[in-house]
Design a protein around this ligand. Structure first.
Ligand SMILES: [Zn+2]
Length: 308
């Protein structure tokens, strides 16, 4: 099962308890694929290609209007490759009643964002259920809702923005696409819509991916540090060999001599390890201090060279 179907299956089972939210969710289904039909508007249809969406539409309608006549139709295309499930409210008065409720929601402005937060969540759930998809988080982070209708696209877009979801809105092949591109935003939307299991699997993948990236970064960082240490040790050895050639290590003060010999014997040891190999032991900063003195001596030898 794709991650999209997993999410949709879960959302199809979320039935809001408040009347306002049921209407909000139905209105999303209507905005995207609903029609008032017939010469006298005696049908109000909700279309979908997915039976589970039709089932949910039917449940929402029956919950809101237990006495209205509602019919479910399944139309298969000739090739039988595609199908349309229609949930139809029958009768002019019944259709008018539902239509009035859908259009009579309280909204914040002309973009149609539902006034209450609970209804915004329900609206997005309905929109995603019918026209949404989300890529498997293993691959990339992308969630989108596609519609040919400008008003519906804008309503979805502004509703997302009103819930602090920084959505994008673009046109693609004659359709509008409202999308989210960031993992955290997708997680927030799944949470708001009530897709909690989908959210958990999404987060699991995201945590694993994050961890992999962090480990890779650490490994790279470690390699860089190791390179630096090795480079420093090689410089020290060069200095010491130079001092030995020109002055003779035996002519250095005792402690400098000890550190110089320890470094030559242990080219890859850390300062701490060098300090521990001496007797008496020397602290890391003690070793560092002496190595710097050796460097100074080597630089002075350099200076002498240039003077001649
Ligand atoms: Zn509500």
């Amino acid at each position: 099962m794709t991650f999209s179907s997993q999410t949709r299956n879960e959302l199809a089972r979320v039935i809001p308890s408040a009347r306002c939210c049921r209407i909000a969710e139905l209105s999303a289904l209507y905005d995207l694929d609903g029609f008032l039909l017939g010469r006298q508007n005696q049908y109000l249809d909700f279309n979908s290609s997915l039976p589970l969406v039709a089932r949910k539409t039917w449940l929402l309608l029956k919950g809101l209007y237990p006495d209205l006549p509602v019919q479910v139709l399944l139309v298969k295309s000739r090739s039988r490759r595609s199908q349309v499930c229609t949930v139809r409210v029958l009768g002019k008065e019944a259709a008018a009643l539902v239509y009035r409720d859908l259009k009579g929601q309280e909204v914040v402005d002309e973009s149609g964002v539902p006034r209450k937060k609970c209804c915004r969540r329900a609206y997005l759930r309905g929109a995603f259920l019918n026209r949404g998809s989300v890529t498997n988080p293993e691959k990339t982070y992308h969630l989108e809702i596609v519609t040919e209708q400008t008003a519906a696209a804008e309503r979805i877009f502004h509703t997302m923005v009103s819930l602090d979801l920084e959505a994008g809105l673009i046109q693609r092949q004659g359709s509008w696409v409202v999308y989210l591109k960031e993992g955290q935003l997708i997680v927030n939307l799944l949470n708001l819509m009530g897709a909690h299991s989908a959210l958990l699997s999404f987060e699991n993948v995201r945590v694993m991916k994050d961890m992999r990236n962090r480990i890779n970064r650490l490994v790279n960082c470690e390699t860089a540090n190791v390179d630096k240490t090795v480079k420093a040790a090689l410089d020290q050895i060069e200095d010491i060999e130079r001092i030995d050639a020109e002055l003779g290590l035996e002519n250095l003060p005792g402690k400098l001599q000890d550190v110089a010999r320890a470094r030559l014997a242990n080219p890859y040891a850390s300062l701490q390890e060098l300090g521990n190999s001496l007797s008496p032991k020397l602290s890391k900063s003690g070793v560092n201090y002496r190595l710097r003195q050796l460097k100074k001596i080597a630089q002075e030898l350099d200076g002498l060279d240039h003077n001649f």
